[in-house]
Design a protein around this ligand. Structure first.
Ligand SMILES: C[S@@+](CC[C@H](N)C(=O)[O-])C[C@H]1O[C@@H](n2cnc3c(N)ncnc32)[C@H](O)[C@@H]1O
Length: 218
């Protein structure tokens, strides 16, 4: 493994130890039934009931598990052993092990690690903070293409890295925040993601199952 990949992985191992305890990721709300997905990806992707999904660079699995709650059969992949271990623990705690599995591997090694076992997927998904860490985007795109089944879809929602130049990386939590904030907590309306509604009987009317019909390819 080259020096860049080694150091990048070390960085993410460290963040995977810190992030689950931060309010930014809000594991407690997830376990209470709240989805971590945003309207942007939910509206674009639509109904995922019964959909096989490969989630690349899934971190510790909150979004993967949120998709599983919506009915997808999800395989989450990340190169941080710590993140994958946390994702598996959360899957068990949320009673989602039947619909979500996690694999610790560098995404570039995925064709050797996954090909025979799982073939291709209806949807390859990845989001928010993934491209900027990759040493070779073209090779990564080839991995993506190898796992989208004919007629399937690839979906990405990404943040422009320039936005990070306008924010501070909080060293206590490892999350990005508005410049100059010094308080000890990261939870605030301005830093929390815009979430899908909590899964209550009332909000079920806004679940993905009532969303737009999936397109053949995006
Ligand atoms: C910003 S996080 C993704 C966060 C995710 N969107 C979320 O909200 O939970 C980027 C993830 O990419 C993973 N990653 C970076 N390079 C990778 C690689 N080459 N192979 C696999 N995972 C990688 C990191 O371990 C990290 O979990």
């Amino acid at each position: 493994m080259d020096e860049y990949r080694r150091r990048n992985r070390e960085h993410w191992e460290e963040l995977a130890r810190i992030h689950p305890g931060t309010n930014f990721y809000d594991v407690e709300a997830f376990l209470d039934g709240e989805s971590t997905l945003r309207p942007l990806e939910c509206e674009a992707i639509g109904n995922v009931e019964g959909c096989s999904m490969l989630h690349l660079q899934c971190h510790f699995g909150l979004d993967s598990l949120s998709w599983a709650r919506e009915g997808a059969d999800v395989a989450g992949v990340d190169f941080s052993d710590t993140a994958i271990e946390a994702a598996r623990d959360l899957a068990a705690e949320a009673d989602l092990t039947g619909r979500a599995r996690f694999l610790a591997t560098d995404v570039y090694d995925l064709p050797e690690r996954l090909a025979d076992a799982h073939g291709t997927f209806d949807l390859v998904f990845t989001s928010y903070g993934v491209l900027g860490w990759l040493p070779d985007v073209e090779a990564w795109a080839e991995v993506v293409a190898a796992f989208v089944q004919p007629g399937g879809r690839f979906y990405i929602a990404e943040i422009h890295p320039v936005s990070h130049a306008l924010m501070d990386l909080r060293l206590d939590t490892g999350v990005w925040d508005r410049p100059g904030r010094t308080s000890a907590t990261v939870r605030s309306n301005s830093t929390r993601k815009e979430r899908m509604p909590t899964r209550t009987p009332q909000s079920n009317t806004r679940r993905l199952t009532s969303g737009p019909t999936p397109r053949a390819r995006s």
